[in-house]
Write a protein that binds this ligand. Structure first.
Ligand code: AMP
Ligand code: GLY
Length: 438
């Protein structure tokens, strides 16, 4: 009892963490920096204006407010070494998230591929390059041998640094765009060129304290903007779990991917504490890793937390302090589905400041509307403030019921222009359809 936590970030992932902390009998205050309108509404919640690249400011806040646990939502502060700042402090201030060397798994595609290759984790064949002409030669070899390819900027590029190629010419242009025109800045000084894999994707998110690994329910994200997986990639337009495509394969995933990763990293002096997010693809040759992220998925965390049945404060604290073996990670039966409601135009230009209406008519106790790009305007109205605005999530006995419950709620919610009354919400209508129509 009496613990104070800080959640860093502002998406539906952070609202999920904050909601779980709010439920924990161990916790009496949930600070969210910067948070969103949803995190501020939680009974124990309060938002605070923090800049995620100002570690000094964050640490000062943690000490001033006597916060025992900081949960880091997004990847950038982890890749920049926020966890190392806490470790150096040698105080009783704990952080849930990997340190800088472990976070390289997401911060550098080259490091991730080298790690997978070194420790025998199945992944696509690849080469890395700092020279565009050499990259093009390798690409041509791949296409000459009848394969297709994917080009990845090595560093963080706000989720846009992976380009699945249409053909060889597209590949040449992409390499020039990243390496010569510096579309992603220095994140593209190095690139990875890899074989394109064919199959259905799913995500496995696991907790880790450096030794013990515990998997959470599997999920499937929907990255493309439009129905039928068409259109530009987004941060994710919806997610559901469990993911039938990899159901029953948990032990295999543990043995061939998660355990070799954590043991391998330990063998090179890297202790991994926090969330391991493995983006997987089920190919004709078995399950392979597309990439690792070092944080929870957004929008995967809403359905995951709707399905977990344990105290997240205890679990995150156990990860931070090396005691995950002492925590029982339980799940509920059933399924959960999250439909993202976005601002019209997302992932390109979109308007902000639209009134969000209809939330009061979402009354089903198995539905929860997670906030992402939301805020209160000067008049106290709930308005849109980002591309992905809400993660409307329903828990049901199976995926069909979860999907129906989520869409029933989505139909009640509108984003409305204050002056013209024009509606501007956008969502995909086929989240979880793949699981239901198998
Ligand atoms: P992320 O970097 O997690 O935003 O993921 C990029 C997306 O690119 C993945 O979800 C896949 O759809 C796709 N992708 C990445 N690597 C490959 C690959 N080797 N073959 C096919 N698709 C890939
Ligand atoms: N939903 C994809 C991600 O969080 O990276």
């Amino acid at each position: 009892m009496g613990e104070k936590v800080l959640i860093l970030g502002s998406g539906s992932r952070e609202h999920s963490f904050a909601r779980e902390m709010n439920k924990s009998p161990n916790v009496d205050k949930v600070w969210c920096g910067p948070g969103n309108a949803g995190t501020a509404q939680l009974e124990k919640g309060e938002n605070v204006k923090l800049d995620l690249d100002q570690f000094g400011q964050i640490i000062k806040f943690v000490h001033d407010k006597n916060i025992t646990l900081t949960v880091v939502g997004p990847e950038q502060p982890l890749v920049d070494g926020i966890a190392d700042t806490y470790e150096m402090g040698a105080s009783m201030k704990h952080i849930f998230g990997p340190n800088k060397s472990a976070a390289l798994l997401e911060g550098s595609k080259k490091f991730a591929k080298e790690t997978m290759t070194e420790f025998g984790i199945p992944t696509a064949a690849y080469e890395s390059f700092d020279n565009p002409e050499e990259a093009k030669d390798y690409l041509k070899d791949l296409y000459d041998s009848g394969l297709e390819a994917v080009v990845k900027a090595d560093g963080l590029a706000a989720g846009k640094g992976v380009i699945v190629l249409n053909n060889l010419e597209h590949g040449y242009q992409t390499i020039d765009l990243i390496m010569v025109n510096k579309k992603f800045g220095s994140a593209g000084d190095l690139i990875v060129v890899e074989e394109k894999l064919i199959g259905e994707e799913a995500s496995v998110i696991a907790l880790c304290d450096g030794k013990t690994i515990k998997q959470l329910v599997s999920t499937q994200d929907h990255k493309p903007a439009f129905d039928g997986d068409k259109g530009p990639n987004t941060g994710g337009m919806g997610a559901y779990g469990p993911a039938p495509v990899i159901l029953g394969m948990e032990e295999q995933i543990y043995k061939t991917i998660l355990a070799p990763l954590v043991e391998g990293l330990n063998s090179i002096g890297i202790t991994y504490k926090g969330i391991i997010y493995a983006g997987l693809i089920k190919t004709a040759d078995g399950i392979k890793v597309l990439e690792f992220n070092v944080r929870g998925g957004d929008p995967e965390m809403p359905p995951i937390t709707m399905l977990t049945d344990f105290d997240w404060y205890e679990a995150c604290m156990a990860c931070a302090t090396g005691k995950l073996d002492e925590v029982e990670i339980k799940h509920k039966d059933g399924a959960a589905c999250c439909v993202v409601m976005a601002s019209e135009g997302y992932p390109n230009e979109y308007d902000r400041g639209k009134l969000i209406t209809g939330l009061e008519s979402v009354t089903d106790p198995n539905t929860f509307v997670f906030h992402a790009g939301t805020k209160l305007d000067e008049a106290g109205n709930l308005v849109t403030s980002g591309g992905r605005v809400l993660g409307v999530t329903h828990y049901g006995k199976d995926i069909a019921e979860a999907q129906k419950g989520a869409y029933d709620a989505v139909e009640k919610i509108k984003f409305v222009d204050k002056e013209t009354g024009k509606k501007s919400q956008y969502f995909r209508t086929d989240i979880a359809a793949k699981a239901i129509n198998r």
